[in-house]
Design a binder for this molecule. Structure first.
Ligand code: ATP
Ligand code: MG
Ligand code: MG
Ligand code: MG
Length: 563
């Protein structure tokens, strides 16, 4: 591919509205352009990366017995009503009507469609197990699309679904996909961890998330330093209680008056308080009602816990006045990028300054930090993230640490939730009708590209691992006006193509410095540079993007050294 005829609109400056490095570099390297919030066009380089990622996914899915199909993006409400998710899914589901006034949605996931597809067609245990997958565009009307491809509204997902005749089969399908995912992310050249996870919105019995380890990740994960235990934050709640009790000189929570006489320690336990999350929950008896006031987020989680366990009759976030009164400190907020405390507190007219309170968010929940006796600033917050404790890994009692991750894949054992709700049954060996036992398996294909850049870059640009790189090598001709040089480069380009090396050829009539900058920015792993000086010696220069290492290679040996 000749750069002069290709489309790579690189940018010199950092785009103003990009907060994380992958978003900045995807824009600067001319790989994506925004159409509107959370919706992007993939330009040629990004498309090539996505195709490479997809190809590896396809190969591994098929190696592990899954079969590719392609389902529609538009889904009728009817199916979602059958599964019960039309009401349950909330605003992330983009709904609309057709000209006949019938309800539809844009698919955020395809459990309903695939169950409907199988229903009635798979009739006998002899047709099982079955595992179908697709690579397809999803739409989720995320409350805060951000970080470019990391959290889009329209994004590409590989989603797969397994159908088994019994639980044993479903577990084996799940384990099979677990192995497939490990191969996929290993082949993609990413540093990742599989962690135990919550089943959330999709439902089901158990699940694992595949996390690409990166500081900019929105998820916090607990990793045991001694065994293979790893879990995400919700799953590892128990650990945090321990961490907090050991590490934090937490000021005493106020004694409260509840009908069930819960101790302050109990309250703290329920709230899985830990250092950067804390703060305090106050229970009051107001007009005969037990009111729990949270001075932190994770509101939904805590509302349920408090209501159930403490029998609080009302749970709400504290007002600014209450926070100030009980904490004895002025209130302000700070936090890592993406924080949207303002939105939550919009109706409370809070002042936002950064000195006293830290907020952080995990997914779309929020917690705030208020200064009780000690200040917690952003630096402490980051220090605390690397907190280690002496023991309590639940599996081996070894040391655990906290780290940040980007969720790139998620596997669930669904059980019979969808098959029962939608009547997807089969006849077993004894002619008995039974619901199919299901599993579902997602990979954020476009998020993988962003996560890969978060893990692989330097101050000059992207450093693609070979399996994801848009091209294997970049041939750069310096001063193409010099016919001798141009001829030599053209010749090499033809040879590279003949040898089936995936090569981009920078034949543009631009200054060398300009071309070198672009070359580093787009991150192709190997650069082959042809210039007048080298040519006089009969050599080309080969530069390894990751190490910056440069070697001179005789022109005739170029291809051999690239292969
Ligand atoms: P998140 O916790 O980041 O919102 P999720 O748990 O809602 O993700 P799943 O329903 O598990 O996502 O979907 C499977 C995969 O799709 C995720 O593991 C992730 O890689 C990808 N994904 C989900 N939402 C988005 C998004 N808004 N933009 C890009 N990729 C996404
Ligand atoms: Mg989500
Ligand atoms: Mg998630
Ligand atoms: Mg998930």
């Amino acid at each position: 591919m000749r750069w002069s005829r290709y489309y790579i609109p690189t940018l010199k400056e950092d785009p103003a509205d990009a907060e994380v490095i992958s978003h900045k570099l995807l824009l600067r390297a001319g790989m994506i352009r925004k159409l509107t919030a959370g919706i992007y066009t993939y330009l040629p380089l990004a498309l090539r990366c996505l195709q490479k990622i997809s190809q590896i996914i396809r190969e591994e899915m098929e190696r592990f017995g899954a079969v590719e199909i392609l389902m529609p993006g538009v889904q009728p409400a009817e199916l979602w009503k059958q599964s019960g998710r039309w009401d349950a899914y909330g605003k992330e589901l983009l709904r609309f009507k057709d000209r006949h006034d019938r309800d539809y949605c844009l698919g955020p996931t395809h459990e309903e469609v695939v169950t409907n597809l199988i229903k009635g067609e798979v009739k006998s245990y002899r047709q099982l197990p079955l595992n179908l997958y697709q690579i397809q565009t999803k739409f989720r009307d995320e409350i805060r699309p951000r970080f470019g491809l990391m959290r889009g509204r329209e994004f590409i997902m590989k989603d797969g679904y397994s159908f088994d005749k019994d639980d044993k089969g479903a577990i084996s399908s799940y384990e099979n996909m677990y192995e497939a995912y490990k191969s996929i992310f290993t082949r993609l050249g990413l540093k990742f961890r599989a962690v135990e996870a919550d089943t959330g919105q999709i439902g089901g019995t158990y699940s694992h998330e595949f996390m690409v380890l990166a500081d900019t990740g929105e998820d916090t994960i607990v990793v045991c330093e001694e065994c293979d235990y790893a879990a995400n934050l919700e799953k590892a709640e128990v650990l945090y209680n321990e961490v907090e009790q050991r590490k934090i000189d937490c000021p005493p929570l106020e004694e409260v008056n509840t009908p069930n006489k819960h101790t302050v320690e109990e309250v703290a336990k329920f709230l899985n308080i830990f250092p950067h999350k804390i703060v305090k929950t106050l229970l009051y008896n107001i007009d005969g009602k037990v009111v729990a006031i949270l001075i932190r987020g994770d509101r939904e989680l805590n509302e349920v816990k408090l209501k159930n366990k403490l029998k609080a009759t009302e749970v709400r976030l504290a007002t600014k006045e209450e926070v100030e009164k009980y904490s004895g400190a002025p209130v302000g907020f700070a936090g890592p990028v993406g924080l949207n405390i303002e939105e939550i507190y919009a109706d409370q007219e809070l002042q936002f300054d950064t000195d006293y309170v830290i907020g952080a968010n995990k997914k779309d929940t929020h917690f705030i930090h208020c200064d009780l006796k000690r200040d917690v600033n952003i630096k402490d917050y980051y220090d605390l993230r690397n907190i280690t404790v002496d023991d309590n890994c639940p599996k081996c009692g070894g040391k655990i640490s906290l780290t940040k991750g980007i969720e790139v894949g998620h596997i669930f054992k669904l059980g019979t939730k969808y098959s029962k709700a939608m009547g997807a049954t089969f006849l077993d060996e004894n002619g008995k009708e039974k619901p199919l036992v299901m599993g579902c398996y997602g990979i954020g294909v476009s998020r993988v590209l962003a996560a890969c850049i978060e893990q692989n870059h330097d101050e000059n640009g992207i450093i693609f691992p070979l399996p994801i790189a848009p091209f294997e090598c970049l041939l750069i001709v310096l001063n193409p006006k010099d016919n001798k040089v141009l001829d030599a480069a053209n010749k090499l380009y033809v040879e590279l193509k003949k040898s089936r090396i995936d090569c981009l050829y920078d034949d543009r009539d631009e200054r060398p410095g300009f071309k070198f900058k672009d070359a580093d920015l787009i991150g192709v792993p190997i650069q082959i540079i042809i210039g007048a000086k080298g040519l006089a010696k009969g050599v080309a220069e080969i530069k390894i993007r990751r190490t910056g290492e440069k070697i001179e290679v005789p022109l005739s040996e170029c291809i051999k050294s690239v292969i």
